[in-house]
Design a protein around this ligand. Structure first.
Ligand code: AMP
Ligand code: MG
Length: 350
């Protein structure tokens, strides 16, 4: 792969394609020596480094162009690692881990001193998750340190869901990328803050809110999930205040019954416009550039495709984009949130 001159540093990005012991060991060695590694997870690809090494974590921010106060999530191989890095771990954290780890759930807990402030963006809390991907679990175990990893995109770009997406953003800027196949979930982890009572949902993601309610009872939903963050507001998940990925063309999200939203879009989208629609309605948009979000009833498929849809329209250069949107149940909350953020919360209800 290409090498890039960045200041005086020249980095050759190694692409690991097979999960052999030798490759796992070489990837773990990158982490141990303070390097940067693209890691596959079930949600999106992450940009990993030793979470206990402040200098390595600083390089994550540099490679992504990420604001310094936007904290990193640390990845562990199982719940026995929670008490190494977190203070006062409540019993509810272990219940959630038993139910949903490895899986797309990040818990916010008070951090121990061993976790550098560089990793947590200056916060006294830390986000912890156990990803459901054999390669990354093996790399973390071999490295024997937790791996801090935000999504592997350049800040402001959509999250990468294949190794090729990550190569596009990070080739020449990091030490290696481990290709573990396409992500099976496709949206980021759900984030639950366990430092408050009742617990609070900070980001809708790959684990539906209803699943958390089943285990925890009452869960508050932070307002930044459903509304734009105002200037000067400090949301509990600092990342939520940053402009998320938005295609260059203006996006309008149309919520409500599928037939009605398709009809609205068919009447309003100009020729050559981009349309993100459910498979059933494709034929209604002749002369427009279509990105199929998947069948109306299959939210898992929609979650896998949503970032792809947003990425693709920048390449095709459409003048405007309209998107159908699932309801809020299950994964719909996360899919709708990503679409609405890309639209700057420009939403039409039909
Ligand atoms: P990314 O990994 O790029 O998807 O971003 C991680 C997200 O987790 C960001 O929105 C952060 O603001 C959020 N996050 C990480 N650690 C914490 C924490 N200690 N408290 C609140 N939010 C956090
Ligand atoms: Mg991200």
């Amino acid at each position: 792969m290409k090498t890039e001159k960045k200041g005086s540093a020249v980095l050759k990005t190694i692409l690991f394609t097979e999960a052999t012991n030798e490759n796992i060991e070489a990837a773990a060695e990158i982490i141990r020596r303070g390097g940067l590694l693209g890691i596959p997870t079930e949600t999106v690809y992450g940009l990993g480094a030793d979470a206990l090494n402040a200098d390595a974590c600083r390089r994550i921010y540099e490679a992504k162009g990420r604001p310094q106060d936007n904290p990193l999530i640390i990845h562990v191989p199982d719940s026995t690692w929670l008490s190494r890095y977190c203070e006062n771990v409540p019993e509810s954290a272990y219940r959630l881990a038993d139910e949903f780890w490895p899986g797309p759930l990040t818990m916010i807990l008070p951090k121990k001193d061993v976790v550098p402030y560089r990793t947590t963006g200056g916060l006294d809390t830390v986000g912890v998750r156990c990803p459901n991907h054999p390669v990354t679990l093996a790399v973390i175990r071999a490295a024997s340190v937790p791996v801090a990893a935000p999504s592997g995109n350049t800040s402001g770009r959509p999250s990468p869901t294949t190794a090729a997406d990550m190569v596009e953003d990070m080739d020449g800027k990091i030490d290696g990328i481990f290709d573990g196949g396409a992500c099976s979930v496709g949206v980021e982890s759900t984030i639950i803050d366990l430092t408050c009572e009742p617990p609070r949902l900070l980001r809708a993601g790959g684990l539906p809110l209803e699943e958390l309610q089943r285990v925890l009872g009452t869960v508050l939903v932070d307002r930044c999930i459903t509304q734009p963050v105002a200037d000067g507001e400090h949301p509990r998940a600092p990342g939520m205040k940053y402009r998320h990925y938005a295609p260059k063309a203006p996006v309008t999200v149309v919520t409500g019954d599928g037939e009605k939203s398709a009809d609205y879009i068919a009447r309003h989208a100009q020729q050559g416009a981009g349309v993100i629609c459910f498979s059933e309605y494709r034929a209604l948009f002749p002369g427009r550039v279509i990105h199929d979000l998947g069948p109306e009833g299959d939210k898992s498929e929609q979650a896998r495709r949503v970032f792809d849809a947003l990425r693709e329209f920048d390449v095709t250069g459409v003048p405007e984009i309209y998107a159908q949107c699932p309801d809020d149940a299950g994964l719909g909350l996360a899919i709708g949130n990503r679409l609405k953020k890309a639209a700057g919360f420009h939403v039409v209800e039909v």
